[in-house]
Design a protein around this ligand. Structure first.
Ligand code: SR1
Ligand code: MG
Length: 422
């Protein structure tokens, strides 16, 4: 039994997972408990227990249980209520962006368990990217997912009374605090959570002391805490995305999962998190001397943004209140979201190099290559934070980021992030 503020609850293990499903007739359509052939623990994120159960006739489901602490650091208490937030987001996002998230088969508020669609024919996108694979169309799918969920959960597409009730239900203070600390504060100050290779000490100091960075990140933190535009995924990095390539009669599939950080926040936060992780993947590719893959990855900035923008424009005629929301409002909103995207991307790229939760794109590189990749990511973050406060051309931006990453990967950049003279 595990204690939480809400009381004690029993944690799952492989045996209990079978008994759990057996006791829930509503899950029988997805798994034949009398014919279970495999129960696998998949818990590889930072927070939760995850089990995949499969039966002999091809049925299967996933059980995900929130622990009352951080899985990778059990001394860090964490509300299991986050499971309710994930269920809320999965339900609403599933309605607004069909096929964009795993199906939710059930939610158990007493044991903080979600029963989810078996997506074991998919792969975590970060894993695929680390292998140098390309999943064409996935970034566009995610741009459309963000547009549909943002439009449909916000006052743009929803009755304002209903939207306010949803917003109240989605207030997620503990998980937001993690992001406020880990993404938008700690990497830019001295903190015990910060760890990095000693060769990067000057880069980290220079970034944190840069007055433009401090001003933009500070403003971004205020925006994160106050700009309740839409029900976001809240943690939309490439490790929160499952992809399946199309072929053999199966369509392509892209699913955003792990939405426990969902809350009403600035739409650019989801896009910026994605952008940063494309940049980190590109830094890895350049460290491995694969410029073609890095160019493809940096092209995903444009692919995701263009899909987002086109979808928002497509939905715009269905806006809830066209009496006063005319087309100029849409243009201003797109400008605002793009500018937010830039700075949230800067924060996410920085924290994945400096802060508590690192990424395998960089961490799995041998140390001699890791320095250049990490230095490039920090320089790219600085570049993003220095962008003018206007809607960028993502292709031109990507080209500049590519140059910075390449210079760092090839040792052509000093520790302060400036290009060395040839
Ligand atoms: C303590 S949680 C650390 C990180 O893991 C999650 O996936 C979020 O990205 C969070 O910042
Ligand atoms: Mg996660």
């Amino acid at each position: 039994m595990e204690e939480s503020a809400a009381g004690a609850y029993e944690l799952l293990d492989p045996e209990r997972a079978i008994a759990y499903v057996a006791a829930r007739p509503e899950l029988a359509a997805h798994l034949d408990v009398s014919a279970v052939e495999d129960v696998r623990e998949l818990s590889d994120g930072n927070l939760n227990l995850v089990f995949l159960l499969r039966d002999r006739s091809g049925g299967g489901l996933v059980l995900k249980q929130a622990l009352p602490y951080v899985r990778v650091d059990p001394t860090w208490p964490m509300t299991p209520e986050r499971a309710r937030h994930e269920a809320l987001a999965l339900r609403l996002h599933g309605e607004l962006a069909p096929g964009g998230v795993p199906a939710l088969y059930g939610f158990d508020a007493g044991r903080y368990v979600l029963a989810l669609e078996d997506l074991s024919d998919h792969v975590v996108w970060r894993t695929a990217l680390n292998r140098g694979e390309r999943h064409e169309g996935a970034a566009g799918d995610l741009g459309r997912y963000v547009a549909r969920t943002a439009f449909g959960s916000s006052v743009l597409g929803r009755d304002p009374l209903e939207q306010k009730l949803l917003l109240a239900e989605a207030v997620n203070p503990e998980l937001c605090q993690i992001t406020e600390d880990l993404v938008l504060t700690e990497p830019f100050v001295e903190h015990d959570h910060n760890t990095y290779l000693p060769q990067l000490a000057d880069d980290v100091r220079a970034l944190a002391a840069d007055p433009v960075v401090r001003r933009r990140i500070g403003a971004a933190k205020v925006a994160f805490m106050t700009k309740a535009q839409a029900l976001l995924h809240g943690d939309l990095h490439t490790g929160s995305v499952l992809v399946r390539a199309g072929g053999d009669g199966e369509p392509r599939s892209t699913r955003a999962f792990d939405s426990e950080f969902a809350f009403y926040g600035p739409i650019g936060f989801d896009l910026g998190t994605l952008w940063a992780n494309f940049v980190l993947a590109a830094a890895r590719s350049l460290a491995l001397d694969d410029r073609a893959q890095a160019d493809w990855l940096l092209g995903l900035l444009d692919e995701s943004w263009s899909a987002f923008e086109s979808e928002l424009r497509r939905l715009w005629p269905q806006r809830h209140d066209p009496r006063i929301l005319d087309d100029t409002v849409l243009e201003d909103l797109l400008d605002e979201i793009a500018v937010d995207t830039l700075v949230f991307a800067a924060a996410e790229a920085t924290r994945r190099i400096v802060g508590f939760a690192k990424v395998s794109d960089i961490e799995s590189l041998p140390e001699d290559l890791r320095v250049g990749a990490a230095r490039g990511a920090l320089a790219a973050a600085r570049l993003l934070a220095h962008e003018p406060v206007r809607r960028p051309d993502p292709r031109l931006l990507a080209a500049r980021i590519g140059d910075v990453l390449e210079a760092a990967a090839s040792g052509g950049m000093s520790s302060l992030g400036y290009l060395k003279r040839p």
